[in-house]
Structures are given as C-alpha cells and as structure tokens.
Ligand binder design. Structure first.
Ligand code: A3P
Length: 299
C-alpha cells in the first residue's frame, strides 16, 4: 500500500474557526449544501465519544437484531461519515457525501461536526439526531491514543501537549466544551436524543431502549438482549466490521493502540498526573460555568 505522504500527519485547515482536515476544507461548500431527506437519521458526536458503539446499536435496532445483516460492511460504509473526505487519488479515498447520495432511504449517517456546522437541510427536514457525549477526561484520553495510532491525524506529542490543545480547542473538530454545550442547547429546539457514554456503560439496556423509543421501534425482549450482547465492548472488539481492523490498513496502527482500546469510564486516571488533573479541572470549571450540563467521570 502506497500512501500519499501529504495525507499523513498533515496540517489542518479551518472552517468558520473549527479545525478540520485540509480535504474537508476543500469540499466544505458541498458538505454545507448536503441535501438531507426527512427520514435521515444523524448520529452526531465529538470524536471518540462512542460513535461506533452507537452506530452498532442503531444498526442492530434497524436490522431487527439480525447480526448477519449488521456484518454486511464496515461501520463507516454502512453509515456514511458525512464530512469525511479523502480524494480518490489516495488509496484511502473516501467521500461521505458520495456514499450518502448513493444510499437508498432510510439512511443513517455519522458526523463529528459542531452543531453550528451541521448542514441546514437537516434542520429544514426536521431529521432525527442522536447525540452522544462523553466526559471530557475520558474523551481526551481516547482521542490522544487515537491520534497516536491513526496517522491521518496530527502527531499528538505528549499527553500534556495534547491536553493543552484539547483545552484550547486546537484539535480536529474543535473545542469539546463548545461541542457538548452547543448540542445540549440545540436539543430543546430540535428532534435530538442526547445521550451519555457513561449512562450507556452503566445501563446499556436502559439506553438502548431510549434509542428504540426515539426510533419508534418495538422489539421483543429476546431481540433486545441480542442487541445488548452484540454491542458490548468485548464482542465489538472482535467484530472486524466494527473494530476498524479491515479498514485504513497502514494508517491505523492497532499495535500502537487498538481502535477498541479500553471502552471504560475513568481510564483517564491512568494518564492524568495530579498536576495535569488540577490544571484541567480549573480550566474545566470556567469553560462549563455557563451550562446545566453535568458529566460523570467515574463509573
Ligand atoms: P477508548 O479509547 O476509551 O477505549 P468513537 O467510536 O467515537 O471513535 O469512540 C471510540 C471509543 O469508544 C473508544 O474508547 C472505544 O474503545 C469505545 N467503544 C467502542 N465500542 C464500545 C463499546 N461497545 N462499549 C464501550 N466502549 C466502546
């Protein structure tokens, strides 16, 4: 596999002050003008908040618990990653827009865009959106390891350096703080189901039932149990259609850190020093003073 060197560890661009990859910048007008359909479902998250997990749950619900159907393709092909774009000239070529346009309805798509960058047609069509948020510390630690293993992303440097960038919003898809707060506000005006990674870990059954209700799906207990089992971390870790081992070979190095890394709440404690934690908490308090949003950082 030969890779375009300029795709690896490359500089980022910006859309309305939000850092995104250079290729996404280049096609931004097309992303913004994307035509959503009324029966589209969008799964929105800050990167590493539990997107893949939620995608698997949603797919299992939509396929009525049919495991074989859910293994028809990799996650990112089953659900177009709306804004993600790598030109065809690269062996990694991918266009979420093209994939979505070619997909018959009803479609489920994924995005990491902050709420203000969501293409307006999603609001105009009153599409359902599932947003998943994860506490800042675990989200950061997961994002840090993902930067280490995924060479399409910038080199993260040390955890201290990456934390600085995370706090100032100088990471891809921008500020975690603005992301979770922006979507939290939006949920009062739109059809948004706002979920928390920590709740999903605590009681997957309850949270899966919330998603079923939101999707107006009624599945019996047996199917529900099958969904709980097949979307557990242990099973998804070994599912090649969900664990990203079939995709981006040569770009994602699972020996550095597997995509399905820990899947836990509170793992940040293994990476934050006391000093880093203190600094982070002080900054966090200021950034989150203007919201009713509360996160749990331990199970
Ligand atoms: P960790 O790095 O903390 O392990 P995303 O899909 O948004 O990129 O998020 C990836 C994170 O979700 C990773 O977190 C991954 O391990 C975790 N994850 C994936 N599937 C999961 C599951 N079924 N249960 C719990 N966590 C899961």
């Amino acid at each position: 596999l030969s890779l375009d060197d300029d795709m690896l560890r490359s500089e980022t661009g910006e859309v309305q002050g939000i850092p995104v990859t250079k290729p996404i910048c280049a096609i931004w007008d097309q992303v913004w003008n994307f035509k959503a359909r009324p029966d589209d479902l969008l799964i929105a998250t800050y990167a590493k908040a539990g997107t893949t997990w939620t995608q698997e749950i949603v797919d299992m619900i939509e396929q009525n618990g049919d495991v074989e159907k859910c293994r028809r393709a990799s996650t990112y092909k089953r659900h177009p990653f709306l804004e993600w774009y790598i030109p065809d000239s690269s062996p990694l070529g991918y266009s979420g827009l093209k994939l979505a346009e070619a997909m018959p309805s009803p479609r489920t798509m994924k995005t990491h865009l902050p709420v203000q960058l969501v293409p307006p047609s999603f609001w105009e069509q009153n599409c359902k959106i599932i947003y998943v948020a994860r506490n800042a510390k675990d989200n950061l630690v997961s994002y840090y390891h993902f930067h280490r293993m995924n060479k399409v992303l910038p080199d993260p440097g040390t955890i201290e350096k990456f934390t600085e960038k995370f706090m100032s919003g100088e990471v891809l898809w921008g500020s975690w703080y603005d992301h979770v707060k922006g979507w939290w506000k939006a949920k009062d005006k739109h059809r948004i189901l706002y979920l928390f990674y920590e709740d999903m870990k605590e009681n997957p059954k309850r949270e899966i039932q919330k998603i079923m209700k939101f999707l107006e799906k009624d599945l019996d207990e047996e199917v529900l149990n099958k969904i709980i089992y097949n979307t557990s971390f242990e099973i998804m870790k070994d599912n090649p259609m969900a664990n990203y081992t079939r995709d981006f070979v040569g770009v994602m190095d699972h020996s550095v850190s597997p995509f399905m890394r820990k899947g836990a709440v509170g793992d940040w404690k293994n990476f934050f020093t006391v000093a880093l934690n203190k600094k982070f908490d002080e900054h966090y308090k200021k950034k989150m003073a203007d919201t009713s949003l509360v996160f749990r950082t331990e199970q």
